[in-house]
Design a protein around this ligand. Sequence first.
Ligand SMILES: [Zn+2]
Length: 338
Amino acid sequence: MRALVTDADGPRLASERELPQLGASEALVRIEMAGLSSLDVACATGRIGHAGVIGHELVGVVEKLGERVSKSPLIGRRVVASPDIACGKCDLCRKGLSVHCRDRRVIGLRGHDGSLAERIVVPVRNLFEVPAGIKPEMAVLASAVADAVHVAHLVPVEKMTYVTVLGDGAGAILVAQVLAKRNASVRLVGAREERFGLCERWQIRHRHISEPGLRADQDVVVVCLEPETGPSLSGPDAVRTALGMLRPRGTLVLQGPPVPVEGLDMSLSAHLERVIHDELRVLGARSGRIAEGLEAIASGLVDLAPLITRRARLEDGVAMLRAAASPEQIRTIVDIAA
Ligand SMILES: [Zn+2]
């Protein structure tokens, strides 16, 4: 099969990669579309220590089931996959905390082949059927939407006066969309003015990070750490800015990628004094529940079409990585079958 792979030699399109072996509890999925985000680009360029097929988002059709899951009703169905693969054996998995599995693999990012390929095998428990009303190019973003919905669960913003989302990548824009539906005063603070037009389209308040007058008055600041955002919106600089915006006893939410990314320094140590002095709450946010992502798409909670700025085909190979990394692109969707 064809697949976009990366390893020590860098990214390339492999045209004769062997089909993946189907495990007893897994499904073989024929991939229709894959998402290509800044995280996948970072992975392809070696900023994440993953070797194999890249791509962590997919929509596809279940072609074959392993012997232990042969009765699954998902055969022949269109599905999306939760990227986090839990081991099912460690102490945390046995306690029902598989989201924090000690031996977690992540599709296309750590220890498991990704979605920029014609086929993938995924544990059946990671798969969710796509409701008939959701187009495949929207469903492919279900896990990104789920991560944004997860932030809304962590911080009930409905009754708060001042809420800021710091960042202007696709993740931050999705978080701002979801939170603004719950509280119209939510604003996005970003560094790329060309993205503010999207905020206006959804009536989300916005301001540029360099504007003066960022007072320490925010109830909640959500920092969305994404590989494509510049230094002012990633790592220690973003955390320092966020802490400077918070009122005493305010809440800092750090939303980050599911695996460490080189160059995305998420250390907090330089700023802990402010956390102690002003009794701030610090919450971490990572992966949401993909079923909730599908639900949010189906109900119209999020508007995804304007975020898809580019379509590519698998045979575009490494050229699609370069194109996806250009600043005007928000999200690229890759047609695998085309
Ligand atoms: Zn585990």
